[in-house]
Structures are given as C-alpha cells and as structure tokens.
Write a protein that binds this ligand. Sequence first.
Ligand SMILES: Cc1cc2nc3c(=O)[nH]c(=O)nc-3n(C[C@H](O)[C@H](O)[C@H](O)COP(=O)(O)OP(=O)(O)OC[C@H]3O[C@@H](n4cnc5c(N)ncnc54)[C@H](O)[C@@H]3O)c2cc1C
Length: 355
Amino acid sequence: MRSVECVIIGGGPAGLMAAKSLLEAGVRVLLIDRERQLGGQLIKQTHKFFGAKEQYAKMRGFDIAKELIKPIENHPLLEVLLGTHVVACYDGNIVSTYDQHQYQEFQAEKIILATGASEKYLAFENNDLPQIMGAGAIQTLMNVHGVLPAQEVVMIGSGNIGLIVSYQLLQAGVKVKAVIEASDTIGGYNVHASKLRRLGVPIMTNSTIAKGIGTEVLEAVEIVSLIDGSKTIIPCDTCCIAVGLSPSYQLAGMLGVETAYIPELGGEVVLLNEFYQSSHPDLYVIGDAGGIEEASSAMMEGALCGQYVARSLSKEVDESLISDYLYQLTELRNGPYGQKTMAGHLKMKEVNHAG
Ligand SMILES: Cc1cc2nc3c(=O)[nH]c(=O)nc-3n(C[C@H](O)[C@H](O)[C@H](O)COP(=O)(O)OP(=O)(O)OC[C@H]3O[C@@H](n4cnc5c(N)ncnc54)[C@H](O)[C@@H]3O)c2cc1C
C-alpha cells in the first residue's frame, strides 16, 4: 500500500483549489476523480457565472475549469488519478479506489472530501418511466456528450439549476413546455427566469407533478395545482427533475464522522469546525459535499482548506493569504443569496457546541 501526504477526493472547483493551495505550500497531493476529466460540475456549465472577478465571474463554467487546472497541471508534487472511483475510506486513513481494472489502497496523512452533490428525486406515480431524468443527466448528455436528449421537456423545479438547464435546452433547440414550481415564488435568480419568460416559457408556481403518463415511455405529465387541486395534462417526451441537491458525504460516513440534518445546507451534512475538519481529525470536507452552495464559494473553501491542511502538516503557510481568502468568502456570502448558507453554518456551530 502506498502512503501519501494528502488525498483529495473529487476534482471539481473545491478539489482543484484545494490542490493548488496544498501544492503551493509544498504538500504532496494525490487527486482522484471518477470522471475522465477534471472540473466537476463546471465542465457541464455553458453559461457565464455570476459572482466576483476573483472567482472568474462572467466566464463560462467549462472555461473556469481550464483556468483552475492550469496552475496545477504537471506539478511535480501532484499525482492525478482519473476514471477512478473512491469506493471506501477505512480506519487508519485508508482510501480504497477502483478504476475498472484494479483496486488500490492508499494510506493518507490527511483526506479532503470534495465529492460534490447528488440530485434529489421526487416520489410520484410512474416516476420510473423512461425519459424522466435529473437535470444533471440532461446536462451531461447535452453539454458533455453532445446528445440531444429530448424534443419537448417539462422542467420540475425553478431553482437556478432548473432555470439554467431550461435555458440550455432552449439553446439546443428543445421546446420547454413549462417550468413547474411547488412554492409560491421562483427559487432561482430573476435574471434566469426573465430570460425564459421572454422566450415564452410559462413558469407555473404553486404546482407540482402528480404523475407521469405513458406505457413504454413518457408521453405526458399530469400537473396539479397546490391551491385548488385542479389538474393539467402537458404532453411532452421528457420530464426533467431539478428539485435540489444533497451533499455527497457518504465516504465520510464510513469513517464514523458526526453528522446532522441542516436543511439550509442541503440535508444531512458532516459536522465541521471552522477549518473544514470533521470529528475525524484527518478528514476535511469542502464544497457541495459539505453543504450545497455555489462554485465560487466551493473554490474559496478549497483554497482555505488547502492552507489549513498544509499548516496541520507543519508546512509554512502565508497567513495573509488565509485572511484574503476568508475575506473573499465572507464577501460572497454577504449578499442576499448567501443568507441561507450563513443560517446553515450558524446552526452547525450551535450543534457543534451542543455536542
Ligand atoms: C445547472 C447548474 C448551474 C450552476 N451554475 C452556477 C453558477 O452560475 N455559479 C456558481 O458559482 N455555481 C453554479 N453551480 C453550482 C456549482 O457547479 C457547484 O456548486 C460546484 O460545482 C460545486 O463544486 P464541488 O467541487 O464541491 O463539486 P463538483 O463540481 O460536483 O465536483 C465533485 C467531483 O467529485 C467527483 N467525485 C464524486 N464522488 C467521487 C468518488 N467516490 N470518487 C472519485 N470522484 C468522485 C465528481 O466526479 C466531481 O468531479 C451550478 C450548478 C449546476 C448543476
């Protein structure tokens, strides 16, 4: 079994920035991703990002991924394993991987979990009909593999993901028949909703999907009003579910870390201190794996966590850099859209103190 100083599981924005930070501090890093390409969610994002210029605002997601990869590419202290799943983490900081040819085990001084999130699903009649799928699947087909996934789509969920993927579908020539939202307000940014409305896509609030209709494959969806119970049948060949994400923290669970249910962070999350350290002192969690937020904050968490881990490995770190990253992260969360995350972190602090 090989020994490594730090294993980063997941090469999305959080993992890539953590790698950069650690490498700059002189830590040997093994970066593992199950995909054949680094970048995580970013490689599927064809739209321009919001935020601050330090986090590449106004650039398209896939271009941001290239910018994050550049500074670590071919670094002598970095080893990257792609197409490699981390299938387990065991006592003694053992990280077990599988790459379709072999299993391998690594013994790590420190482990950073940056595994992102998985999509939530909905319970409704016939939800297993072919062509009912998550927004992530649609994006992967369309933006990574260049496959047109549908002709006529009904989108369930008006958060940013539902709105952005609807827009991307329209750009690909797909008709978006409606966006359905259970709450009485649109969940995502108004700028995304307005773009859809200008293109004639109705956004039906106070509504949800009651059932999928079809025998072999989806042919229509039944939408029910949550106000008066009235039903509308919308013919479509695809229904896309975009009702939120859950942190992918399961590998941390194998190490017996403490978790808590904090809805503001996406559901069950690993309890972390201010250094992104879990109740297992060698396991750190960053990005969406630690709580659902955005790529911009995932990058800053990665940058900070890299510094904290380097410091815990007795490497010299630049304290002014830490202050700068902390400032940038606070600025990102100070806006109206950061309030939910801040509330979630406050709850985590309370649970940590109570425990
Ligand atoms: C449609 C859409 C639009 C978005 N728009 C924006 C936006 O405009 N601005 C913004 O800031 N954010 C946006 N986001 C959010 C942003 O993409 C995420 O918050 C961000 O990617 C989270 O980064 P991460 O590194 O934590 O996780 P991810 O990017 O999800 O990366 C996780 C990585 O871990 C790997 N992995 C997972 N499990 C394993 C395992 N067991 N073994 C090995 N590898 C594993 C995955 O393959 C993946 O590469 C958007 C997201 C979506 C879906």
